[in-house]
Design a protein around this ligand. Sequence first.
Ligand code: TMP
Length: 216
Amino acid sequence: MRQVPTEPGLLLTFEGPEGAGKSTQISLLADVLRQRGRTVLTTREPGGTPLGEELRRLIKHFGGPDSVSDEAELLMFGASRAQLMSHVIQPHLDAGGVVLCDRFADSTTVYQGLARGLDAGFIERLHEFTLGHRWPDLTILLDVTVDTGFARVHSRQDDGPVDRIEAESRQFHEAVREGFLTLAKRHPERFFVTSGEGDPAAIHQTILEALDHALG
Ligand code: TMP
């Protein structure tokens, strides 16, 4: 992992397959960082702005599995990210704050690129367009098996019924899991990988230690 960020603020992103436990870990980490006196903003993708939340609803629940083309889906994620970056994340970072984001550009690389098979070069250019050079300082990948993820997704009701992407095949979700692990190996300077399967308090402790180590 990269030591001591050179950009203002701190951008920490959480990634993983469905049901990895990202939101629990984000809320635990936000509490600790606030106790340490940091100004913390938690947000999510897609979403995090009025436009982004509207796109989230469409992405997740517009029609059935074949109702949105892969290309249209990619651009909706891009639009949500562009809005979130310029209106929420970048201003907060510029003010020296910490941003904890539930999913980010890596989800597009994995879901739309590696799992759906869309053009990797185009996705890279889309990332340059929406992020400029501002990549996360640390990306925490919570790895869970597809079985664990499915069991968690099917037992929770907070975000409505199972959505268009959750309803994809087991093969798709296996590709997502493998895709994240591949991406983490490609960017060891930025990724911290840990299992999302154990006790949430123990996972939180592991993440906190990784963050403190990364910050020096
Ligand atoms: P979640 O944040 O509740 O997991 O829901 C977001 C869904 O959207 C999840 O299925 C992953 C998917 N997704 C992509 O396919 N590409 C992306 O770029 C992002 C941010 C999410």
